[in-house]
Structure formats: C-alpha cells, structure tokens
Design a protein around this ligand. Structure first.
Ligand code: PLP
Length: 482
C-alpha cells in the first residue's frame, strides 16, 4: 500500500501536487523501485478521499516528468530513472556538483568557544565597558542627520570621507603615520583587508613569509589564492626571516605584538626588513591589530612610519579598540595600490556600510574612542596583573613573560606537560584555555611544521576580574593532575 499524507488544512496546496510530490520523493529515495505498479487511480482516490481525476492528473504528470510510464491495460508503473536522481537524500554529496568537490582546507575559528565555561579567549575585546551612551547618541545622530545623505547612497568606493579624515587626523598620527586620504581604503576588518589584498597580489604568484606560531588566517588568504607560504621562526626579537624567505614578494608581520607570543620586532630587524623589501621589490603587510593596548611603555611607531619607499601596507582595525563583531578596518598603502584595491572592492561587495562608517567617525571625532581606550588600558592591565599573580602562585614551573601590551599570555610548559591534557583538565573544571597548536596548523599553511603541544594561551580581553578569580579557584587542584 502506498502511504500518502494529504494536507487538507484550508491553506493546502492542490491535492494532485501533493500526491505527485510524495510519490516522486518515494521513487527518488528508492522506496518505490523501477517496475513497481502504482495503485489503480480509482483505488487510491478512494483511500485518500479525493476525486479520481486528481490522482489521474498526478499520475499523468509523473509520466510526463519521466518517473513513471503508463500503458493501457498495465496501469502506471515506476520507470528506470537515472542513478543520480535515486541517490539517498541523506548522502551529503547529493545534488552537490562534482567539480566543486575539492576541499578548501581552511580553518575556521569563529565562535567555537563554549559559553558554559569561563574562557580565556585570545584576541577578543570586552564589550561590557563600551561607551554605550555615546554610541547610542552617535548612531541616532548619524541616522537623523544623514537622511538622505547617508541612507540614500552607496559609500564612496574608498570609504566615507569623514571617517578617512578622522583616521588621517586623529588615529594614524598616534601610530606615527602621516597619511593622505588617497592612501586609505576602508574595509570590514583586517581579515577582509587581507582577502582584498590577496585578490590583487596572489595572481602575481611568488611567496609570502610569515611567523609561526602566528596568526595564520591572513597568510592563508594568499596561499589559498595561489601563493607559496614560507613559515619562519619567531624569537624574542620577533619574526626571524630565514634565507628561504628573503626573496618573498610579501612579508606578513605583526611588529608591535606578534600574535600570539606578543613579542615586539626589534629596531634592527625592522630596518633589515625594510631594506630587504627595497632590495627584492617586495611588500610588507603590517598587521597592527592591538597596539593601542600597552601597559609599560608607549608602543614603537608603526613600521609604516619609517616606510620611505612605500613598501608597507598597513592594516588597522576597530575590532580590539571597540569590539570584534563591528567589522570595520582600514588599509593604508601607496595610492596606486589603493586605486587598484578600490576597483576590486567594488566588484567584491560594493563597500562598507556607510552608516557604520559615519557612526564610528563621530565617535572618533567626539573623543569617545580615545577615552574608551584610556579606560580599557587600565582595565586590561589590572587583569593582566591579576593573572600573573595567580600563575606565579599556582603554576610556578610554567614560564612566561609579562605581556607589555596586547591581550594574552603565552605560556611555555615544562618538559613532560602537555597542553592538551591541561586543556582537558581545565575544561572538566569549566575553564576554557587555548593551546599553541591552534596557531601552528601544519596542513593549513606549512607542511614541515609539526603541531606542537607545549604552549598555552590565556587571553584576558574578554574576561572579568571576578571571572579570573573564579577560574583560578577552579584550577587550584590542577597541578596535582598534570
Ligand atoms: C593578529 C590578528 N590579526 C588580524 C585579526 C583580524 O582582525 P579583524 O577582526 O579586524 O578581521 C585578528 C583577529 O583577532 C588578529 O588576532
């Protein structure tokens, strides 16, 4: 017997369509095999309580679509249908084009932390202390004052002139950068900036060098579009370019705080890098993602500041300054590079939301961003110091440097201790920690680097002091189990 459920509620779709679709699905799923005879139309109509003509129409349509055949005297039978159509719908390759089956191999770190735990998430800023009142006023002003100026138009391809001016006059000078508006492109954050850059640069081929452990999601963009990656070690003076990296077309660096270890590129290596780029006609991508957060001394000026040859492409972001999900950043580069990026940008997505740009421009101009930064520096410093005290007390054999800036501790475990074990033990106690292996992904970037498991990362951007106390209380007995 054929099992068909008819929806007879007032808004039902035509009965003949429902019968047709359900029989077709049974055929595709292989539950009605080729040669199987469908029940006589009169019988099915009676069972379903519909007119015989309704069932006949469904059968005729099934024959029309090739799922059934009908012969006088033999009734309607299921046809031999192509194998592909018969595939099990639970098979996740069903309907997926064969030519799309290549694996992307990208790693996705987005939002994979467990909200039930107290998490020391690296590189995430705290949203609790955002200047909400100022933010509300600024967004209201943007919306009220700007109709139809803002709402009625696309943003200019390179970005909103008000935001670009605020960056040139108020933000970039704090990093020692004097830039003209023609040197700036507004983007949706540094990850997006790197994606746009890779669309321009990767088709030219060549290699990109980067430090490992490091923030691999940016070089990955270039590698996935055809460049070859050259991983380089990182020591106490920052990234150390190996000989294999000398002739790279692109050097990806984080001069102020190499992520996640936090070391600053030494002045000697800075000059050497600029000189190398000049000699090899190369470009340097400077990822300046969190230098606004410093606790001991002012950060060194950006590498871009000493870039007389125009070799440095500077990436700035509001992710740490304000909040990560804001998705607003900027590129500062040679005007000829910006001109090309602007074309790509328009093709790619038509630009960054103009409301968002105006909103943040207002917050910068009013001084709200700078005030927020001043307050957050104090808060982050307190958290850093609190964690340092707990680490000294509870895990004296772990080695680490007090971060001079940024938002995370990089901890080296002694011989015999494994990050994975510690992560598991902490997770059992409701505390989320990160392993250094997350920033060394052999198959994503560098085949010769093995995943190491003796480093931990403790981020303190998005964790409160109260949570730090609770987390370390829960970790008090950890030492006995590792
Ligand atoms: C070192 C580093 N660079 C770049 C990014 C990406 O920043 P954005 O949020 O602006 O895309 C991050 C994000 O956490 C980061 O940690």
């Amino acid at each position: 017997m054929l099992h068909i459920d008819l929806d007879k509620t007032p808004k039902h779709s035509p009965y003949y369509l429902q019968i047709l679709e359900q029989i077709r699905t049974l055929i595709i799923l292989g539950r009605l095999l080729p040669g199987k005879r469908l029940p006589p139309s009169r019988q099915l109509a009676k069972e379903l309580g519909v007119a015989r003509r309704t069932v006949v129409s469904a059968y005729e349509e099934l024959c029309e679509q090739g799922y059934c055949t009908s012969k006088v005297g033999c009734g309607t039978t299921v046809s031999q249908i192509p194998e592909l159509i018969q595939k099990d719908k639970n098979d996740n390759t069903y309907g997926f084009p064969k030519w799309l089956l290549t694996d992307t191999n990208y790693t996705c770190h987005s939002g994979d932390w467990d909200t039930d735990k107290i998490c020391f998430i690296p590189s995430l800023s705290h949203v609790k202390y955002l200047p909400m009142k100022k933010m509300r006023q600024a967004i209201n002003q943007t919306i009220i004052q700007s109709i139809p100026d803002v709402l009625g138009h696309y943003a200019r391809n390179n970005g909103d002139p008000e935001l670009i001016q605020a960056l040139c006059q108020q933000v970039l000078p704090t990093r020692g950068i004097q830039a003209m508006p023609s040197q700036i492109l507004i983007t949706n954050g540094s990850q997006h900036s790197s994606s746009i850059l890779s669309m321009l640069i990767s088709p030219c081929g060549g290699t990109i060098s980067y430090g490992v452990p490091g923030y691999l999601a940016i070089p990955q963009n270039f590698i996935m579009r055809g460049m070859t990656g050259v991983a380089c070690p990182v020591d106490s003076e920052g990234i150390l370019l190996t000989e294999a990296a000398y002739a790279s077309r692109i050097h990806y660096v984080m001069p102020e705080h190499h992520f996640p270890q936090g070391m600053t590129l030494s002045p000697e290596r800075r000059s050497a890098l600029l000189q190398l780029a000049e000699e090899h006609d190369a470009l340097i991508i400077e990822d300046d993602y969190d230098s606004e957060f410093y606790y001991e001394r002012h950060p060194l000026p950006a590498l871009k500041d000493g870039d007389l040859g125009g070799r440095v492409i500077y990436l700035g972001t509001f992710s740490k300054v304000l909040f990560n999900s804001l998705r607003l950043g900027y590129i500062v580069a040679h005007p000829e590079i910006i001109r090309r990026l602007v074309d790509i940008r328009w093709q790619l997505d038509g630009g960054t939301s103009l409301i968002l740009q105006r909103w943040i421009a207002q917050l910068i101009i009013s001084g709200a961003v700078e005030r927020h930064l001043r307050r957050m520096r104090i808060r982050y410093r307190k958290r850093r110091d609190l964690i340092a005290l707990y680490l000294q007390e509870l895990f004296p054999e772990w080695s680490w440097q007090l971060p001079r800036g940024g938002m995370q501790f990089w901890i080296e475990l002694p011989e015999g201790q494994s990050a994975e074990t510690i992560l598991d033990l902490a997770a059992e106690r409701g505390v989320g920690l990160w392993s250094g292996a997350n920033f060394r992904e052999p198959n994503a970037c560098e085949p010769n680097v093995t995943a190491e498991n003796h480093h931990l990362i403790l981020g303190y951007g998005a964790i409160d002091e109260f949570e730090i106390h609770t987390a370390f209380d829960r970790l008090r007995d950890l030492q006995q189990h590792i």
